[in-house]
Design a protein around this ligand. Sequence first.
Ligand code: ATR
Length: 269
Amino acid sequence: TALYCVFGNPVAHSRSPDIHHAFAAQRDDDLRYEKREAPLDDFIGMLKAFREEGGQGANVTVPFKEQAFDLCDAVTERAGQAAAVNTLWWDGDQLHGDNTDGAGIVKDIRDNQGWVIAGKRVLVLGAGGAVRGVMGPLLAEKPTLVRVANRTAEKAEILARRFMSGDSSPVLGSGLDGLTGQFDLVINAISAGLHGEMPDLPGGLLAEGAVAYDMVYGKELTPFMIWAQQQGAVATADGLGMLVEQAAEAFEIWRGWRPDSASVMAMLR
Ligand code: ATR
């Protein structure tokens, strides 16, 4: 039996074991996927112990993605851009890392929701680790521009500079206060800790026909989805699809075959 896990703190709520077991069942792939809560000061010790038990790979969630990146001997280009890793695997004693979050959100937005990113004006709310993880793949879709707006304006400005390159779409950073413009796609990455609340945003940010995506997911409509609908969004989605798609991408790296994500999304709903 091949052994995998997700490291996080907290991690009890994670749906990743259900998702990966459901993927594995599609082809009778023999794997076990566990949750491992690492102490905040000993992710490295837990990772080593897991490898000694025969672990072949792992997912990493909050707050260890940056540490995981630092521990890798080799990372993919998109993980390098994010400076964060959510997928680990060993090749002998070499630790490899990738970040599949950006591919996951793009796949869900473009292929599952059927929304276009290319040529669209994108607004991203938040400028934390979650945003760093998805900016590279988002920009690769060639939006007209990406505006990153964050409570702390300076963090958005730094993030925008990090991703603005000669041939990329313009990336602009600013605060949430005084935010202006009209956007076709709004992505919320303001942390999940913000229960039942949305920061005060000016009206009129959504262009005619705009759509809205929340990286957070829940049983009901999220506060951001409700806000977007009130602002005239023609469609909204939560982040469950992103969760399943980033997992499918990790699964494929580990197991060498692509699982079907639609049936697993339906199961989770
Ligand atoms: P994550 O991994 O979810 O991105 P993070 O790196 O801690 O977590 O980032 C949290 C994001 O949510 C940040 O953009 C944060 O804004 P600041 O950079 O100004 O802290 C945002 N955030 C958290 N609580 C918020 C609130 N009450 N109002 C607005 N933004 C909030």
